[in-house]
Design a protein around this ligand. Structure first.
Ligand code: SF4
Length: 439
């Protein structure tokens, strides 16, 4: 029996796909092992958004060859689609597969017999037009369920459409089948995953279904306690979806909404499909219906043309906005994007300064969000995430709770009242015989 190990870089979508590909191997009689367990085959699923994707890829290949010098190393994922030639030149790589090929890798690499030359099987991205469903089973608590892939937007900084192709989705019926399968396991939470999930419903280039219909259908699935919408574009987050989530049985009060910039000038240069006024309106709508809702924001600093003044527009906009945390990305140039050709390059030193300012703002926002939720009761889903004798879990509105380690609580939902913030800035939750804290 051949042994196969996997390594995943990047986003939830990559994790869901690696997990599904690993189950395909197991179904064919391969043994899935850990990276260090001397595998015969390594599958490395790469990301193009990750900083230094090339260096990371090289490092992992080197490690793999150190562990298992005669192994067969296969590279898949966004970076493999964008730079197959470059990857094929990395010493130790046996095969590089593109977006249209990765789900057929067992059949395409028949037997994984080593050859003199590195195999490159990466068609043009237009060929990646089939939706391959996937979901992760990486821990007992939650699963990333892929519902959509690709993107038809062309944001000036983004390479994802080049790496993943056009927007396409699974059908609601198939997704419900996957959700029912997941419900048979011990998993308590599903995180809906995609590149642009608000654009859900496109099949063979035509819109056939709507994201709001998917949300309503999933809410009826028995055996799943929570469903989280991972990230959704503000212009696609409709009132219908917000209103439904506000009274749903399973969808949790947590939205992650990419803003990217709080300056309309920069939003236009980025080619985003909304202005800051729309974003503010979405946040207000959510907070009116769900004052306890957690709202996370993606923001990019140092995009070409972002002067000090325009950055301050973003800073002040976010400072005023009722949001809970930020994910800050420092802009970095990517080949084949419109942004690399743009004038007004921001020096790296300034990009880093701005990033630091927003990270501090994010901490302020998070603390304020926690303070607002003190005295309220939430349900914590505890995970096998143990550090310094403590275990962790998340409330439905994404407050991270730390508690004294108790193995019985893993993968359990516990209703708790958030009662105070301790000197470390953590929220404590007092229950008879138990002290919980969040951070
Ligand atoms: S919406 Fe923009 S940033 Fe998001 S994947 Fe599509 S092109 Fe990239």
């Amino acid at each position: 029996m051949k042994k196969v190990a996997f390594y995943t870089l990047g986003c939830k979508l990559n994790y869901s796909e690696t997990s599904t590909i690993s189950r395909m191997f197991e179904a064919k009689g391969y043994q899935k092992v850990e990276f260090e367990q001397n595998p015969d085959i390594f599958i490395i699923n790469t990301c193009s958004v990750t900083e230094n994707a090339d260096k990371k890829c090289k490092k992992i290949v080197k490690e793999a060859k150190k562990i298992s010098p005669n192994s067969y190393v296969t590279i898949i994922g966004c970076y493999a689609q964008l730079k197959p030639q470059e990857i094929s030149e990395i010493e130790g790589v046996d095969a590089v597969l593109g977006a249209a090929e990765k789900f057929r890798l067992i059949e395409l690499l028949d037997g994984f017999a080593k050859e003199q030359e590195t195999k490159i099987l990466a068609s043009e991205i237009q060929e990646a037009n089939i939706f391959n469903n996937a979901y992760s089973i990486h821990d007992r608590t939650r699963t990333f369920l892929k519902v959509q892939d690709g993107c038809n937007y062309g944001c000036a900084f983004c390479t994802i459409p080049l790496a993943r192709g056009k927007s396409r989705s699974d059908s609601i019926n198939n997704i419900l089948d996957s959700a029912r399968e997941i419900a048979k396991t011990d998993v308590k939470e599903i995180v809906l995953t995609g590149v642009n999930i608000g654009d859900f419903g496109v099949h063979e280039g035509k819109r056939k279904e709507k994201f709001s219909d998917l949300v309503q259908a999933l809410d009826e699935i028995e055996g799943i306690d929570r469903i989280r919408i991972s990230s959704i574009e503000p212009n696609l987050l409709t009132n219908e979806v917000i209103e439904f989530v506000s009274q749903s049985k399973r969808f949790v009060p947590h939205f992650h909404i990419p803003l990217q910039s709080g300056s309309n000038t920069i939003l236009r240069k980025m080619g985003r499909r909304y202005l800051r006024e729309l974003y503010e309106d979405r946040v207000n709508k959510i907070k009116t219906l769900m004052p306890h809702c957690c709202i996370g924001v993606d923001v990019i600093v140092g995009f070409p043309g972002e002067t000090d003044e325009l950055f301050l527009e973003t800073y002040n906009f976010l400072n005023e906005l009722d949001i809970s945390y930020l994910h800050v990305f420092t802009y970095s140039e990517r080949a084949n994007t419109r942004a690399v050709e743009m004038e007004g390059v921001v020096p790296m030193r300034k990009r880093n300064e701005r990033s630091k300012m927003l990270r501090i703002l994010s901490e302020k926002k998070r603390r304020k969000f926690y303070e607002e939720n003190l005295g309220k009761t939430f349900t914590v889903l505890f995970e096998e995430d143990i550090e310094d004798g403590k275990m962790h879990g998340f409330t439905e509105n994404y407050i991270r709770v730390a508690a004294k380690y108790d193995p019985v609580l893993i993968n359990e939902l516990k209703t708790l009242k958030l009662s105070g913030i301790n000197e470390k800035g953590n929220v404590e939750v007092i229950e008879p015989d138990m002290v919980y804290e969040t951070h």
